[in-house]
Design a protein around this ligand. Structure first.
Ligand SMILES: Cc1cc2nc3c(=O)[nH]c(=O)nc-3n(C[C@H](O)[C@H](O)[C@H](O)COP(=O)(O)OP(=O)(O)OC[C@H]3O[C@@H](n4cnc5c(N)ncnc54)[C@H](O)[C@@H]3O)c2cc1C
Length: 246
């Protein structure tokens, strides 16, 4: 595989300029980074410093970048509230436009560029969709119509579908195959898959399994299960990249 140049680490102090309610538990925070020369590969993450007033601590948490690297002025992070969590509760309930945060990055080897493959399969669960969305947005915004991308993503319920409208729009592009599965509850008229991502779904949605690069992101158990499933289907382990949240 080709060696790609590392993107330089950048430290930023950036204001929140928009808060987007994605689902009842998930918000996207949009930061204005126009004062910085920040570059990254789609799929990478940043470290965010979150002041935590109840204890006076300064928490440091990793958040994948949701926006595309082509979006030079706006950096988007999508945070899902974890019950009992510190930073995620604060970021999804207290944070407002005008708040400023220290952000450092980019980090991580979980990224994709068109130099790496022309066929990519993205498997995500819940907020694990975030770095995968950055990859899809990059493919769309760069007009990489020769790249074939498949996204299979699971959410607990219809209400918890992160980026629902945009995923619907992306699925209209001829080079994108986007499929959602709902694991806990689904509306009666739901036309998508139900239950966890499984072998049958992968076989139905991904032709020529061995020709793709695979990106798996979500809770550790999800990532391990998906990796095992792919290996069992004969996908070479060098073709599988993983990012575990938690
Ligand atoms: C590379 C990477 C990228 C990530 N990207 C994203 C992203 O894009 N979006 C996103 O939403 N998250 C992402 N995460 C997860 C994120 O970094 C945080 O871990 C997450 O937001 C929870 O942080 P928190 O401070 O709210 O939870 P914490 O306070 O750290 O708690 C974590 C969990 O542990 C439980 N817990 C805490 N204390 C205890 C205790 N004493 N006993 C038992 N349980 C306890 C909490 O209930 C909670 O469920 C990413 C993680 C990694 C490693």
């Amino acid at each position: 595989m080709i060696e790609l140049e590392r993107k330089p680490l950048t430290e930023m102090v950036a204001p929140v300029v928009e808060v987007i309610e994605e689902t009842p538990t998930t918000r996207t925070l949009v930061f204005d980074i126009s004062g910085y020369d920040f570059d990254f590969y789609p799929g990478q993450y940043v470290m965010l410093k979150v002041p935590y007033p109840p204890t006076g601590e300064e928490l440091r948490r990793a958040y994948s970048i949701a926006s595309s690297p082509l979006s030079k002025n706006r950096l988007e992070l999508t945070v899902k509230r974890m019950e009992g969590g510190k930073a995620s509760v604060l970021l999804t309930t207290q944070t407002k436009v005008g708040d400023r945060f220290f952000i450092k990055g980019p980090y991580g080897k979980f990224f994709w560029t068109e130099d790496m493959s022309q066929k990519v399969v993205l498997l995500g669960a819940g907020s694990g969709v975030v770095p995968l969305m950055s990859i899809l947005r990059y493919i769309r915004d760069k007009g990489l119509s020769q790249v074939e991308a498949t996204l299979l993503v699971s959410y607990t319920s219809y209400e918890e579908i992160i980026y629902r409208r945009e995923l619907e729009e992306l699925s209209k592009l001829p080079n994108m195959n986007i499929k959602i599965t709902l694991t806990r509850s689904a509306p009666e008229d739901w036309k998508g898959y139900r239950g966890r991502i499984n072998k049958d779904m992968i076989l139905a949605e991904v032709p020529r399994l061995e020709e793709n690069l695979y990106y798996l992101c979500g809770p550790p158990k999800f990532v391990e299960d998906m990796k095992e499933l792919l290996l069992g289907l004969g996908v070479p382990k060098e073709n599988i990249k993983t990012e575990k949240y938690g």
